[in-house]
Design a protein around this ligand. Structure first.
Ligand SMILES: Nc1ncnc2c1ncn2[C@@H]1O[C@H](COP(=O)(O)OP(=O)(O)O)[C@@H](O)[C@H]1O
Ligand SMILES: [Mg+2]
Length: 318
């Protein structure tokens, strides 16, 4: 049996359908990603799975328990790290954990040893008596991960675990999450709008947009389905001629640029460019999840300033 089962799950707010009839299953031990832009419905989905929000319709179960009818059993099965920090900044790390342990009714005799264990997992042992106010953003996130793990949940929900953290700290958080998966065999559900995060961490990804699942597979399969390297041409491009090359698998105009899927771009680029027309700019890269998203929705998901794999700018000399 799959540890999470979701069938036609829907959340309606007045006129807005935040989550629109999604269905998927998550296997035990998977790191599963919900990848989508802001407003896609990721947090709403997690809130329903964690019983904090009642679905408008549809069904979901976690660890075999219905999220509407068996809320207590679901809650005992899950740990959660919220998108917005929720630890108390005036308490120490240790005090935050102790408070949580008491709220969860953990056996008193076990509390200190459990706290030690989770502090070790996120490498915060040395700073446990500092007030959280003095923690960096990354340390605070680690503390909240530790807190979510205190009662040894079967399923762990992380809502945008590296939101707002710098790239180096992000890398560290990824390491902790990966180690966690290895050491505890927990099932982990991560939501993110960072493609790199989804790609690095997740065994499988559901791409979510406007409350609907647009695609679901492993990162490698999602990219493979695009059929080749991505070549983006700007200028006055002769798209019709390019479409005739056998190595051009797909050609479409998106936001004024011609996007091609090209088999073995390294080998075929020269020939392609000779027939492309008046090229002002060329970009070539192996497909990434942004291309997958673009292909599914016609929109880019990459944020300003997030680098593509490599850009080859051969602005033509005139
Ligand atoms: N309490 C609410 N009332 C009305 N609309 C909401 C509420 N919460 C979220 N939404 C809307 O639902 C959509 C999905 O939100 P959310 O699940 O937070 O997306 P994500 O986490 O993917 O950024 C958004 O359009 C958001 O504005
Ligand atoms: Mg969110």
């Amino acid at each position: 049996m799959d540890i999470i089962q979701i069938k036609n799950l829907t959340k309606q707010y007045d006129k807005l359908t935040a989550v629109d009839g999604i269905s998927f299953d998550v296997k035990e031990g998977e790191i599963f990603g919900l990848l989508g832009p802001n407003g896609a419905g990721k947090t709403t989905t997690l809130m329903m799975l964690s019983t904090l929000l009642k679905p408008t319709s549809g069904f979901a179960s976690v660890n075999g328990h219905d999220v509407v009818k068996q809320q207590g059993l679901v809650r005992n099965s899950i740990g959660m790290v919220f998108q917005d920090p929720s630890s108390d900044t005036l308490l120490s790390g240790y005090e935050n954990l102790k408070l949580h342990a008491l709220m969860y009714n953990l056996p008193l005799k076990e509390i200190n040893s459990r706290i030690d264990k989770v502090l070790d997992l996120v490498d915060l042992q040395k700073r446990k008596h500092d007030v959280v106010k003095k923690y960096s953003g990354g340390m605070r996130r680690r503390l909240e991960i530790a807190r979510g793990l205190l009662h040894s949940p079967k399923v762990f929900f992380l809502d945008e675990p590296t939101l707002g953290l710098d790239p180096q700290t992000r890398d560290h958080i990824w390491e902790y999450i990966q180690n966690l998966a290895k050491q505890t065999k927990m099932t982990i559900i991560v939501t993110t709008h960072y493609m790199e995060e989804a790609e690095k961490l997740c065994n499988r990804i559901a791409i979510i947009d406007h409350g609907k699942i647009a695609a679901l597979d492993s990162p490698a399969n999602l990219k493979r389905a695009l059929g080749g390297d991505k070549v983006i041409l700007k200028g006055r491009i002769d798209t019709e001629t390019l479409k005739k090359f056998p190595f051009v698998k797909k050609a479409e105009v998106i936001e004024g640029a011609v996007h091609l899927s090209v088999e073995q771009a390294g080998k075929n680029l020269q020939e392609l460019l000779c027939s492309a027309g008046d090229v002002e700019n060329v970009e070539v890269h192996s497909p990434d999840l942004n291309d997958v998203f673009l292909n599914l929705t016609g929109r880019a998901m990459r944020e300003e300033g997030e680098a593509s794999s490599y850009i080859q700018d051969i602005t033509r000399a005139t």
